[in-house]
Write a protein that binds this ligand. Sequence first.
Ligand code: FAD
Length: 445
Amino acid sequence: KKRVLVIGAVAGGATFASQLRMLDDKIEIIVFEKNATMAFANCGLPYYLGGFVKQQDHLIAATPQSFQKDRNIEVRIQHEVIAIDRDQKKITIQDHIKDTRYDETYDSLVLSPGVTPVVPQIEGLSHANCYTLRAYEDMLKIDEYVEEKPESSVCIVGAGFIGLEMAENFKARGLTVHLVQRAGHVLNMLDVELANTIEDELKEQGIHLYTDTTIDKVDQNGTTLHLANGKIIEADFLLLAVGVKPNKQLAEQSKLDIGETGGVKVNRYMQTNDPSVYAIGDVIETIDFITGSPKRVPLAWVAHRQAYVAARHIASEPIEFKGALGTAICKVFDVTGALLGHNEKSLREKNISFKTVSHESKQHAGYYPGAEKLMIKVHFSPKDGKIYGAQIVGKDGVDKRIDIIATAVSAGLTVFDLQEIEIAYSPVYSSPKDPINMIGYKAMK
Ligand code: FAD
């Protein structure tokens, strides 16, 4: 019987195992997870901490018992894979429960070990109560702290997706929230004028925002933080959300190729340079759908899709992974920011010449209650209208517009084609010319 081993039992790993089982009911599948919780919703962790998700177990999609019973897949939690021997086609596992070590052989091996949060170099950081948010257990630790000290103050370091989501969720939990961002504006994947709307919302909601600066030093008391711009913050604890690095140690040790962006290199079927070893999810370097160049896109849709692609290949029904747009969305209190593809900065860095079309209007008929400002910006090729990137910020209707553009880009439509999309209209939802259509008309001009 063919045997497939999987490293990591969350977004990529657990999804891959389920998909493969649906395609093949005979293959033996064993999944190894070093932590105690499998198949939890990483993306839901902030919302449990904010009290929006009431029950912890609502974040857990499956357990080893349910996986065994419903899918005939064995999951060994608290079992960490510590080495890969590609010549012998075997892995070595550290069983953290029994404190023993053993080997297992494979026909195919799938790596989905994810990433580790980066801890920035800050003088005196060891004096502070510091947290990162990645594993389910990280969430439990933060929750315990906040339960014990409900009046406390937090300094979030980094205003990317996780930093922004946590600003809202800590605030909802009643904490005083400081947010420090090294870049000139929050969510630096957005161009500045769209990020400004998010910053205004943060300030309006009482978040203490410090952009274009970093923490230089933490005092011995662990709570006094000195910023590079001279300001001083008092915070009971820190949440570090400055970025992630791929867990590529096993791949490196077993001499699998690493790409130029630092992720494990794979082909369109998710195979590494060893055809028996696949890698998916946050750990890999994938392909930019728009430019075809290597890119890391640590997002859940991408991990799930790659899980399916790897499963199809192992089940001898191959399909290709076409590349990632990096479509992403983030709620910041009452404002939503969404984007895909490239922004001005990344296009300039890549020396790609582009034109930009922007449109600002209401998300639906102005006379219907609840009309709110919606800003859309699309970068495209002046040669043929190919869409290079899109960004949208507003209070309502952001998700649908970014998804329309994602659909258009995936289907190879140009910016000009956007005028022709026949959207569903009623004053409650849109206008006879939707903002998306307006982008097309304006680009044409
Ligand atoms: P993971 O899901 O992280 O799984 C990797 C697993 O491998 C881990 O459980 C780890 O313990 C295990 N592992 C690592 N090494 C070993 C080893 N040697 N042996 C055994 N097990 C090992 N993405 C979105 O698209 N939208 C969102 O809204 C969003 N929100 C997020 C919010 C938070 C707080 C976080 C942390 C992430 C969020 N993401 C979001 C990102 C998304 O969760 C990831 O892209 C996705 O989980 C990647 O899947 P993965 O399988 O590569 O890694």
